[in-house]
Structures are given as C-alpha cells and as structure tokens.
Design a protein around this ligand. Sequence first.
Ligand SMILES: Nc1nc2c(c(=O)[nH]1)N[C@H]1C(S)=C(S)[C@@H](COP(=O)(O)O)O[C@H]1N2
Ligand SMILES: [Mo]
Length: 319
Amino acid sequence: MLIRKPADLHYSDVTPREVYLNRRRFIGAGAATLGALALPSSALATAKINGLVQTGPYHNLGNEKPSPKATVTSYNNYYEFGTGKEDPSQNAPKWKVPAEWPIRIEGEVMQPKTLSLDQVMKLAPAEERIYRLRCVERWSVVVPWIGFSLSTLLKQVQPTGKAKYVAFETYFDPKAMLSPREAGIPFPYVEGLRLDEAMHPLTLLSFGMYGETLPNQDGAPVRIVVPWKYGYKSIKSITRIRFVEKQPPTDWGIYSDREYGFYSNVNPEVDHPRWSQKEEQRLGSGFLGQGTRMATVKFNGYGAQVASLYSGMDLAKFH
Ligand SMILES: Nc1nc2c(c(=O)[nH]1)N[C@H]1C(S)=C(S)[C@@H](COP(=O)(O)O)O[C@H]1N2
Ligand SMILES: [Mo]
C-alpha cells in the first residue's frame, strides 16, 4: 500500500470537499488575520485551578512531554467556530461562555438530574492527567488535562437496566457559532460512548488544561476526553448527557459512518477509507517545534487499560 508523506497531502485530501469550500467562504467572509500563533494569551480568559492533584496509574505515557500550550490552543478542531485549524482560536475567544452552565443528565435513569458546573466540579478533586489526543486527521498533541473520571458524574444517577450507551450534546449558540450548513456537519454536535467506555476510569470529564480552566477553543467550560479514541469522540462544551438503549447518532457518523465509525478506537491497522492511520504528526515537537512524524500506537498507547473492552470484536468492522 502506498503511504504518502504528510507533506504530500493537500488539505483537501483529508477534508471533505464541501467542508473545504465552506471553510474558504468562512475565511473570505470574516477573520482577517490567521497567523497560527497570533493569539495573545490574554484572549484566552482562563483562570488558575487550585488544589490540583497529580494522580493515577494513567498519569503518564512513558516520558512524553506535554505539547506547547501555544500549539494546543491555536491548532484545533471545533467546527462551531470554523472549519480551519486556526479558526477556533480566532473566533471562540469572542464567545462569552454563559455564566450559568447547567448539565442535564437524563434518559434511561431512575431520577434525571440537572447540576450546575460548580456542583459538578465539587464532586471530586481536580486531577491533572497527561493524555495524548490523536485526531483522525493524523495530528496529535500531549496535553496535561484537568478533571476527573466521567464515571464520578455518571454515578450521580441510577441508570435503568435499559441503559446501554451514553449520548453527549454540545451547547449550540446560533448567534455565536456557524450554522450546520456553513460547517457541513449537524449542530448541536453530538457524540456517544458505550456504557462501559463511558464508565471507564480513563474517560475524563475535563474542565481545564495546563493548570487553568479550558480556553474556549479547547471546549470551555467542560468537555469529554477519551484518550484511546480519535479526537472526534472528545466532545467539547457539553451541556447534556443522556443514557440510552440504542447506539446513539454521532456527528461525524451522520456525515459518513463509513469514514467515521462509532467506536473510533485509534488503530494503525485500520485505515481511514481515504488515508492511512499508521503514522501521526506530533505537533509542536522536534526541531523548532515544526512537528515530528511517528508511528501511531493501537488504542493510542492505552491498550493495557482498554483492549479488554473489545475482546472478541472485529475492530475493522466496528471501527
Ligand atoms: N463540539 C465539538 N466538539 C469537538 C469537535 C467539534 O468540531 N465540535 N471536534 C472534535 C475533533 S475532530 C477533535 S480532533 C477534537 C480536537 O480537540 P482540541 O481542539 O482540543 O485539540 O475535538 C473534538 N470535539
Ligand atoms: Mo479530529
């Protein structure tokens, strides 16, 4: 099989054509300066998180260093704020995160519950966990996320026997965000996990990074991080969590389930229909921070913890 070097790939090779065209239109209509690292840190509107604890058997993968914060906050996927990698850092900081941020937990549960973000953040001490995030588009970063296991929040309600999956929904503000037509994908952005994946201790409910609250472009005020799956599972700015019986629709799966499967486990053995998944580009590392190419590891390196969730499953079929 022919594997092309990232340098040989054009943006349009890894981005659906329609989305690519929309991106051109969006840039033409708005954002004037698109310098990659142009964002002043004052625009990030973050605050220090006190009382952080370093934890867990999952804390570190070998001796990988966190990626530069400037990279992680300026090269993003957040289609609500634009389809180009530099768009979210330009556009999302202008959005004012609502002061009231209720998180609704509902569906197949004995007692649906709405918790404020403050109530959620008080459920457990804030932990710092260094996880890789590996996008299906083959870039990766290593991020010191802050949060605690999503299971801590999910345990606040009693799921019924019917609950088999957990569905998540991003806040949608049509005044501040692109329309679904402009972005090329449905909004509000939706994602989902199987119940055991959602309850796995590695699955993080994150409200910060680099010792501070999340910048808007990285999913303020609260997001999910599922480190063994491609980035699109790590849904940002969530406001609704629903326990459901059937596998829920996912945003990129609605776009094309052949290309963006529900499981989305990082897997160098299973190519995306349009490109190889064997390698990744670690952003911000190497000589002058230009990035380093490296082999992608199955389950993004978390196989020892999560491979058993999929024993007996054909991971090419359930990609
Ligand atoms: N609501 C929402 N969440 C989202 C996305 C998005 O467009 N909207 N993009 C996803 C994709 S494809 C990736 S790779 C990660 C990127 O996270 P980062 O920008 O913090 O690196 O966010 C995911 N979460
Ligand atoms: Mo992604």
